[in-house]
Each structure stands twice: as C-alpha cells, then as structure tokens.
Design a protein around this ligand. Structure first.
Ligand code: FES
Length: 117
C-alpha cells in the first residue's frame, strides 16, 4: 500500500517511502477518538483519523482525503503536503526521536532536578 502524498489533482498522488512498513505486518494504527500522526522514516508525516488542517491564520485547508502526508523535508512543491521530493533530496530522519526533547527531560526531573516531580 502506498502512502498518499497529495490531495487529488495535486502532485503525483501516491509514493512509496523507501522504508515504509509493510501494511500487512504493520497496519495503520487505530484512530479511535482522534487522529494519529506517524513520522515515516526518511519521509513525511502521515496523518490518519479525525483531523482538521488549518493554516496559521486559522483558515481551513481541504486535505482532499482522509489520510494525508505532510512534508517534513522542506522540498515539496505542494507544501504542506508531501509530493515525494524527499526521495530525490535524500532526506534522512528517524521515525522516532533518538532522545527525549529537552523540555520533556525538564518536566520529568522538575525544576531542581527532583525526579519525584
Ligand atoms: S517529506 Fe515528502 S516531499 Fe517533503
């Protein structure tokens, strides 16, 4: 199964991220109760479920489909959607962070480094 990359009539439609998981072994996560956002290794952010896409002024952007791919490489010609340009650009990024965000570390340790907070 390909990853949708752009709304109908825009871009090339479907791409195959190089490291996309096999949909048979790795089915789409449950979206019950909201949306899921999955950073694909070396590829876009896949958004599934019940979501609204807004520009920074609050104007609705019609996603054109229920599952969309948002560009995170910065090379797409149809931002905010992915058009597959990440492959040609050799974009590389992990699917999950390799370490916690600094703010998350601070929250876990508390302001004085107290692990109880
Ligand atoms: S992530 Fe696909 S074009 Fe940027």
């Amino acid at each position: 199964m390909g990853v949708p990359t752009a709304p109908p009539g825009q871009g090339r439609g479907v791409s195959q991220p190089a490291a996309a998981p096999d949909p048979i072994e790795d089915p789409a996560p449950s979206t019950a109760g909201g949306a899921t956002i999955t950073p694909y290794r070396d590829g876009p952010l896949i958004v599934r479920g019940d979501f609204r896409l807004l520009d920074q002024d609050g104007a609705e952007i019609d996603p054109g489909r229920e599952t969309i791919a948002l560009c995170r490489c910065g090379k797409s010609g149809i931002k905010p959607f992915c058009d597959g340009s990440h492959k040609r650009a050799g974009f590389s990024a992990p699917s999950a962070p390799s370490r916690p965000r600094p703010a998350a570390r601070i929250l876990r340790q508390g302001p004085e480094g107290d692990p109880a907070r």
